[in-house]
Design a protein around this ligand. Structure first.
Ligand SMILES: [Zn+2]
Length: 350
């Protein structure tokens, strides 16, 4: 594939996003799968000279849909969701449930626990039970086609980084909100990922890699101001409010370029370290989720070092780690010395 060296930036919308580097060939679908053969390609990372936004190459909508397959292995972490709920309800001075709200991309694990006539969910994929629970308020469609107005708030939890045109979506959110409307958004923090899970910082599903500054930029450009930062560690969880004032964006090009360089060097260093550690014996892999899959493909020396994988989730049984012939068995690990949990191992070396 010929790489277009300069593409349009998905945050500031100017043609200033420059090709920076390519990852290893990665599976386009990262969760356990029935097929041994699966599309693999490298992620091309671009950085915008005008605003510093980091994004992947352009994909067609059809291609993006394929990154998700039909099964979902999203962990339903209700504890984390409860913490978010408490913070947001407090933000609205406990009047949250009287307000009219919309969640964009909540078809699998929505923010609201129960049906409420003021709460809508727009997503292209819905789990059956969610569709059933939220009835007519569960709208299967692209948000681009949604028609509605005067919403008091919009919620996007781990959605914006998956969207092809985040700036267009934020602009549309501005249009459907009331003058005092707010947006509550959470995305992974790229600066955290490159430090603590570099192998999970770039993969096909994340079309944009946000930092606190570039996330602010996409909202500032589209008529929002900052209201509250709940957290900006592993994830950036933040609330913006609609404004008529024009807020200037920050050019994060230099800062973000240094971050990409750091990531590139880190991956290179880890690869060198692993080559010395894993030169002969084969082992059994413990844990067959998206993280393991990305570790194996980013550090391809693992591809022919693993005999098979074990995972405690029965849904993964008899499937394969995508793009490999490593089969998964549903067994608890015993204390055999040959078993390695790569995710835990990486925590200890990073
Ligand atoms: Zn830009």
């Amino acid at each position: 594939m010929k790489i277009n060296m300069i593409i349009k930036c998905r945050v500031c919308n100017t043609k200033n996003s420059k090709f920076y580097y390519s990852t290893n060939s990665l599976p386009e679908y990262i969760w356990p799968t029935k097929k041994i053969k699966i599309s693999k390609s490298s992620c091309k990372v671009f950085i915008c000279k005008k605003c510093g936004h980091i994004q992947l190459q352009n994909f067609t909508y059809k291609k993006i849909t394929k990154f998700y397959g039909s099964q979902s292995f999203v962990i339903n972490n209700s504890y984390k969701m409860d913490i978010r709920r408490k913070k947001i309800i407090k933000l609205f001075e406990n009047k949250f449930f009287e307000k009219k709200g919309i969640e964009i991309g909540g078809g699998v694990n929505p923010f609201a626990k129960n049906f409420n006539k003021n709460y809508y969910i727009v997503d292209t994929r819905f789990e059956q039970n969610i569709k059933k629970k939220f009835k007519k308020n569960a709208l299967s469609m692209k948000f681009e086609n949604f028609k509605g107005k005067n919403f008091d708030y919009a919620i996007l939890l781990h959605t914006l980084e998956h969207i092809k045109n985040p700036s267009q979506i934020v602009k549309k959110i501005n249009k459907i909100l009331s003058p005092e409307g707010r947006v509550i958004v959470e995305v992974p923090n790229f600066f955290y990922d490159i430090k603590f899970k570099p192998y999970y910082s770039i993969f096909h599903q994340h079309l944009s890699m946000f930092s606190l500054d570039t996330l602010k930029n996409v909202f500032f450009i589209n008529g929002f101001k900052l209201q509250k930062i709940f957290t900006s560690k592993e994830n950036i969880f933040i609330c913006f409010k609609k404004t008529k004032k024009k807020i200037l964006i920050k050019n994060c090009y230099n800062k973000n370029k240094i971050a990409l360089e750091y990531l590139k060097n880190k991956m290179h260093k880890i690869n060198g370290f692993l080559k010395n550690k894993f030169h002969k014996n084969k082992f059994i892999l413990q844990g067959a989720g998206g993280s393991s899959s990305l570790i194996i493909h980013n550090f391809s020396l693992f591809l022919n070092k693993i005999e098979f994988a074990l995972d405690k989730d029965p849904k993964k049984s008899n499937l394969y780690i995508p793009g490999t012939n490593i089969k998964i068995f549903n067994k608890k690990s015993n204390k055999e010395i040959k078993i390695i949990n790569l995710v835990k191992y990486f925590k200890s070396i990073i």
